[in-house]
Design a protein around this ligand. Structure first.
Ligand code: ZN
Length: 206
């Protein structure tokens, strides 16, 4: 497998942002990963998904389909499915809970990989996991382009944190660990001089 520099690919695509960010958790961070920016170039999607598929293939994981939680995981999951030569489906939120719609079907006993763009604590990935296992399929792996360091990916020395929600005993493959300091709003060194954090993805400044 060719070793690829995932951090450099994110930086080159202006997808590894440095600044003062308000995370969805309410905490602040100096860095933010914007995977959609990386994947807006289909060539990057191919490079990243191909490397991820290689990790899965060398581990001899038998897979029938890739399933992603919408919206964030769809591009990464679709490209991974292409590389693995299997079909791709997604689950989406409907009145608060993740469901399978659009005529997608899962057969009992099918082997499924749950794919995200980035796994933070793995909450969305686990919602997808619950949908497919309730339909009788087996989740054989979790996959993501990047791991934010809360969960333990195969081959990394980083240890698991208690906030990781991914089902243990199911391997988790990701290309890279991106571990950033996260600050609570009342203890954030970036908030000095009344600097206000920005919400990533909003129009301001980026
Ligand atoms: Zn702050």
């Amino acid at each position: 497998m060719n070793r690829i520099d995932v951090a450099q690919i994110y930086k080159d695509a202006s997808a590894l942002l440095e600044g003062h960010f308000l995370l969805s958790s309410g905490n602040h961070s100096k860095y933010y990963l914007q995977s959609a920016k990386v994947l807006e170039n289909p060539k990057n999607a191919t490079i990243l998904a191909s490397a991820l598929a290689d990790m899965i293939k060398v581990n001899n994981i038998k897979v029938d389909a890739v399933c992603s939680p919408a919206l964030g995981g769809i591009l990464a999951g679709y490209e991974l499915a292409r590389e693995l030569g299997v079909r791709f489906i997604f689950v989406e939120r409907d009145q608060g809970s993740m469901v399978l719609r659009r005529g997608f079907e899962i057969s009992r006993g099918e082997n499924i990989i749950i794919c995200e763009d980035i796994v933070t604590t793995g909450g969305s990935a686990m919602e997808a996991y619950n949908v497919v296992t309730e339909l009788g399929a087996k989740v054989v792996a979790f996959a993501a382009l990047a791991n934010r360091g809360f969960c333990k990916r195969a081959g990394s020395d980083l240890s698991l944190k208690p906030s990781c929600k991914l089902a243990q005993g199911v391997p988790f493959f990701a290309l890279e660990d991106f571990v950033f300091d996260i600050f609570s709003p009342d203890n954030c060194p970036l908030c000095v001089n009344n600097d206000k954090p920005i919400k990533p993805g909003s129009r301001s400044r980026n």
